[in-house]
Design a protein around this ligand. Structure first.
Ligand SMILES: *Cc1c(COP(=O)(O)O)cnc(C)c1O
Length: 500
């Protein structure tokens, strides 16, 4: 399988090149030149094998320059019972006759980003080797929460890599901060930045674009890389769990082979739902893909009108991992539904960069609305959905998953559709415990309580065990209590890497 850029189709790249490079030179995103397919017979076979074997069968169709032992080693390093606390890795929970919750949060950081970030470091080091790269890879991340911790857990102690994460001093939740400042591993470093997420992100961008600094790193046999969600190595592992969920539903006789399902995805950067789209293109029987947003409803409007317009108010919500105005991975969908029109995509993305807005031609718009349905909701409906779901089924969902559930309910009301439906559950309720407990029991209950009291309250209420990685935070020593100014970030990196 070869790859091309969404902004220039004339060049060809191997999978290890695109994983190592991340973003194309022309600013475009890498996509495969053709879609591999999965037949119904292969799908039926998948129901008989483990998650890791399913992962091998999907990944091997895309990462064709990896040998079988290389790919299996990457997969087996990533998806272990020890890290995911369940044999199934991504189990499906039946909520009612037509709603199935795909639990993507059993990994070490309790959010779905683990599904990709547990395997990416292995794919990346393997890709570096295959492309003759012998420098050590230094991952730099600015995080507003979930990504930083998931990247730290993924890269910790992976030979040939080091990782440094910056988070805004007052811009992450208490649990998220504790998760990062107690991070273990011999190749990791964490620092707070005085300022907000944009300050941290701009600081990291400045380091990436400093050519003198790049030369200094190179003279020390080091190279910078990012664990960004537009890397193909993060996207391709996400295709696996949609096939896996379908295989599980075949096993439990919820569906018959070939029966179409809907997939609902709480969406931010459009990575997770794009993986569902690729699964559909490969042959997974899908009726509709439902894109669920919080009050930051730029995608809802786009799917309904064909106009993408980021010139709007930014809302800080209780589903923070979906607080996004530019959904980068959408570019890959646009490329595909335009019939791979790289010139058009270049023009649209130029409009987005210059005016914050673009409009797609009506044929593209129709293709998208034929398959996708979109909706958005505010925090109050998210909270109500958590409570209603608990009262109806005794099952507790987090704030992101609740947005998905609410939009699915709206979809059913609007269309009367009865296809069985998978709702992607992107975070454990324990990770957003405060909002979840407020939704279930009201504000008064949380007043004055610390994080660990809240975790045990939630465990009692839900009948679910507190994930070990969160419970353990109470006794883990703080390792990284340093904070720096934006101007000092480069020095912090140099100190960590011991270069000058
Ligand atoms: C990152 C994230 C999302 C959004 O996923 P995208 O792939 O960016 O659309 C949703 N929920 C949670 C909990 C996340 O961490």
């Amino acid at each position: 399988m070869q790859y091309q850029s969404t902004r220039n189709k004339s060049m060809r790249f191997s999978s290890s090149q695109v994983i190592k490079q991340g973003l194309a030179q022309d600013g475009g995103l890498f996509v495969p030149v053709s879609q591999p397919s999965v037949t119904l017979a292969e799908l039926a076979d998948m129901s008989k094998v483990s998650y890791n074997e399913r992962a091998y069968r999907i990944l091997s169709k895309f990462l064709t320059d990896f040998t079988e032992p290389e790919l299996r080693e990457c997969i087996n390093n990533a998806y272990t019972k020890e890290k995911f606390e369940t044999e199934a890795v991504a189990p499906v929970y039946k909520l009612n006759e037509d709603t199935f919750i795909l639990e993507l949060w059993h990994g070490p950081t309790c959010a779905f980003k683990d599904m990709a970030l547990q395997i990416l470091p292995h794919l990346l080091t393997q890709s570096a080797k295959k492309t003759g790269e012998n420098k050590e890879i230094v991952i730099l991340v600015a995080t507003s929460g979930d990504t930083g911790k998931a990247a730290l857990e993924g890269f910790k102690d992976v030979a040939g890599t080091r990782i440094m994460v910056f988070y805004p001093e007052n811009g992450v939740s208490e649990i998220q901060k504790l998760q990062m400042i107690t991070q273990e591993g011999n190749n990791v470093h964490v620092a707070a930045v005085a300022g907000n997420f944009d300050d941290a992100q701009n600081g990291v961008k400045a380091i990436f674009t400093d050519t003198a600094y790049k030369a200094l790193l190179e003279s020390n046999n080091l190279m910078l890389s990012s664990a960004n969600s537009i890397n193909w190595g993060r996207l391709v592992p996400q295709i696996v769990y949609y096939f896996s969920a379908y295989a599980d539903m075949l096993n439990s006789k919820e569906i018959e082979l070939g029966q179409a399902i809907n997939i609902v995805v709480p969406t931010g950067n459009f990575g997770n739902i794009l993986a569902a789209y690729y699964a559909y293109k490969m042959g997974l029987p899908v009726h509709k893909l439902v894109c669920a947003s919080n009050e930051n409803n730029v995608l809802t409007e786009f799917i309904k009108t064909g106009v993408y317009d980021r010139n709007r108010k930014f809302f800080t919500t209780i589903s923070p991992s979906m607080d996004i105005l530019i959904s980068s991975n959408l570019e890959r969908l646009l490329f595909d539904v335009s019939g791979e029109d790289d010139e058009l995509i270049t023009k649209l993305m130029k409009n987005l960069a210059e005016n914050g807005r673009y409009e797609i031609p009506s044929e593209m718009k129709e293709k998208i609305s034929g398959l996708f349905w979109a909706g958005s909701c505010d925090d109050a409906s998210t909270m109500k959905t958590i409570k209603d779901t608990y009262e109806a089924y005794g099952y507790v969902i987090d704030t992101h998953t609740a947005v998905g559930k609410k939009i699915y309910d709206d979809y059913k009301d609007a269309t009367g559709d009865t296809h069985k439906t998978i709702v992607a559950s992107t975070a454990s309720p324990f990770k957003f415990n405060q909002s979840v407990i407020i939704a279930l029991e009201g504000h008064q209950v949380v007043a004055g309580k610390d994080e660990f009291t809240l975790l045990s309250m939630l465990s009692e209420k839900s009948g679910m065990k507190t994930p070990k990685s969160l419970a353990d935070l109470q006794t883990k020593p703080v390792i990284y209590d340093m904070s720096c100014k934006k101007e000092q970030m480069q020095q912090v990196v140099s100190d960590f890497l011991k270069i000058e």
